[in-house]
Design a protein around this ligand. Structure first.
Ligand SMILES: [Zn+2]
Length: 270
């Protein structure tokens, strides 16, 4: 089994949310619950405020550097439309797209349109125009999908999708590879709540169970979704969890590949 780690870009600044969505009130509620329930320290709580003053809710540079040191290929999903608490502009995204491409990261779309073929098609075109990439994949924001989403994505021309959450090997829909993923940072650390509801030890224990399940099922690839936003001391459990996970996989002889490497492997087998 190899691991494919990827990162969804949901936020760039704090101010992009002002008067546009309810992300900020939710953020305040969440940090107070976490402080009062002892899940975060006073120091971490203060750092959350300092992120607001710095107007910084992304950690892309820091994450690429960490990944490079650990030989983890950086694979990103960046949005070009707004929706469901995602409110950064194309101009703001362009700065990071340039950075990702210049640092040889794998770049794909964080999709907003999931249920109308014409909108899916125009989102594909827009990403193509903004990134100058010919071939790229997609993961839907909030993994939204209907019975027809994957068919429509394949038709639009995506090389791969990684929206499905399932313990399954990659499979083809038309010319598109679907890469089901198994581990999402939020599902582990929030554990069915809207705030951090378990501690680091429990998070590790639950993660190992999922890795063992994937190994027992002989999955070729273990799909992991970690948001760059949490690669920060303001989210200490999340940061520690990600650093521990990379180390754990390395110690267990699991290599890291990106989606395009995996597609090459899959297509050379068949
Ligand atoms: Zn997202």
């Amino acid at each position: 089994m190899k691991a494919i780690i990827s990162h969804d870009i949901d936020h760039i600044t704090v101010s992009e949310h002002l008067f546009r969505d309810v992300i900020l009130p939710k953020y305040f509620m969440r940090m107070h619950i976490e402080l009062l329930s002892g899940k975060i320290s006073a120091h971490e709580y203060m750092l959350r405020w300092s992120d607001i003053l710095k107007n910084k809710w992304q950690n892309i540079d820091e994450l690429i550097t960490f990944n490079n040191i650990n030989k983890v290929p950086s694979s990103f999903f960046v949005a070009v439309n707004k929706g469901v608490g995602l409110n950064y502009s194309n101009e703001a995204a362009a700065v990071w797209i340039e950075q990702m491409l210049s640092r040889k990261c794998e770049l794909a779309l964080h999709g907003i349109e999931y249920d109308k073929a014409d909108l899916i098609q125009s989102e594909f075109q827009l990403f193509h125009q903004l990134t100058n990439q010919q071939q790229f994949g997609i993961r839907m924001h909030y993994v939204r999908n209907t019975n027809n989403t994957y068919q429509m994505l394949a038709k639009a021309g995506y090389t791969y999708d990684s929206t499905e959450h399932a313990f399954k090997n990659p499979y083809k829909i038309g010319n598109m590879w679907e890469f089901p993923f198994q581990i999402m940072d939020g599902w582990i650390i929030e554990n069915y709540k809207s705030w951090q509801s378990i501690n680091f030890e429990k998070a590790k224990e639950n993660t190992i169970k999922l890795i063992d399940k994937a190994a027992d099922m002989n999955l070729k690839y273990l799909g992991i979704d970690f948001h760059d936003r949490y690669f920060s001391h303001s989210f200490k459990t999340w940061l520690n969890w990600y650093m521990w996970l990379v180390e754990y996989l390395k110690n267990n002889g699991i290599d890291f590949v990106n989606f395009n490497d995996a597609i090459m492997e899959l297509e050379s087998e068949s």
